[in-house]
Design a protein around this ligand. Structure first.
Ligand SMILES: Nc1ncnc2c1ncn2[C@@H]1O[C@H](COP(=O)(O)OP(=O)(O)OP(=O)(O)O)[C@@H](O)[C@H]1O
Length: 292
């Protein structure tokens, strides 16, 4: 593809969690993982629970350290960075977690949360921060009145919007979104996904989008990587992976998803049909008995 440039390049990344005396209990989480993320794209990461998706996201943000392997971010060796250089790079990378409520400090108002992020970016002027705060709130679809609220005074969807505003405050170029909407109601989920897509288009943000929900991944992502047992078993354009999976694991994941969809649809249909049909037939019987 012409005009495609690499933002992140990962080679042979490995991470094993160790616990117990001298690390006697080992859980391999990421094994020999290599892939690229292009600038401005949304790369989806799917796979069964425990396959290493979150660990991979955390490794890319240097929230945890790898055992071996390399990763570059815009050509810079990610794992060689220290202190100030690492702090500077961290401003370009943000993470949005599944549970928005635990992402915000409960003792800080929305205003202080966003203000802190702006200060971290080095915006010294108070008036300038105030202007940016209002602009960010508008971008995520929240009025200025929300600035005075504490996290416990927000709904799940509003909290995730604040989390996005705070992430945007540092002007990131890369966001790891780990199940960002799975704790939200379906209608709110759609609004937040739509917002994330708009923000991506407006700011040219690159996403690593981790999700169990294949429909969400299909809507959001340009390409998708499939993880199983700590390895990436398949990576490609989203539609081609969904329509022509190359790996048996991907095929079974898609199959399970469509079976689940059918099951849930049948359940919802029967739940929404049964009471009203019962009610109609009850009413019919009542009417019939009244007219007899
Ligand atoms: N801090 C930790 N210490 C020890 N083991 C861990 C730790 N975090 C994760 N693991 C283990 O590493 C493996 C990969 O976990 P990870 O959270 O990356 O998977 P995941 O694909 O994101 O799962 P899920 O979809 O359920 O969130 C799992 O076996 C998990 O139990």
């Amino acid at each position: 593809m012409s005009g495609v440039s690499t933002m992140i390049e990962v080679s042979d990344l490995n991470k094993t969690y160790r616990r117990g005396l001298f690390g006697s209990t080992a859980t391999p989480a990421v094994s020999d993982v290599s892939f690229k993320i292009n600038r401005g794209e949304c790369l989806g990461l799917i796979g069964e629970s425990g396959s290493g998706k979150t660990t991979l996201g955390k490794l890319l943000l240097r929230l945890i350290e790898p055992d071996s392997g390399t990763a570059t971010f815009e050509g810079t060796d990610l794992f060689a960075l220290k202190n100030r250089d690492l702090r500077r790079l961290r401003l370009k990378m943000q993470m949005v977690f599944q549970d928005p409520t635990s992402s915000l400090n409960p003792c800080m108002t929305v205003e202080s949360c966003i203000d802190e992020a702006l200060k971290r970016r080095g915006v010294r002027d108070r008036k300038e921060r105030e202007r940016e705060r209002l602009g960010l709130m508008e971008k995520v679809g929240l009025g200025p009145e929300f600035l005075r609220r504490y996290p416990y005074e927000l709904s799940g969807g509003q909290t995730q919007r604040v989390v996005l505003a705070r992430a945007l405050a540092v002007k990131p170029s890369f966001i790891v979104a780990d199940e960002p909407t799975s704790a939200l109601d379906v209608s709110v989920q759609a609004q937040v996904l739509h917002l994330m897509k708009n923000l991506q288009a407006e700011y040219g943000i690159t996403y690593l989008f981790i999700s169990h929900d294949l429909d969400v991944v299909r809507y959001m992502c340009d390409r998708v990587a499939v993880m199983s047992g700590g390895r990436i078993v398949e990576i490609g354009e989203t539609e081609s992976v969904f329509n022509r999976p190359q790996h048996s694991f991907t095929a079974s994941l898609i199959h399970q998803n469509s079976e689940l969809d059918t099951f849930l649809k049948e359940k919802t249909d029967s739940i929404s049909r049964t009471p009203s049909q019962d009610l109609i037939s009850d009413q019919r019987q009542e009417t019939e008995s009244l007219t007899q």
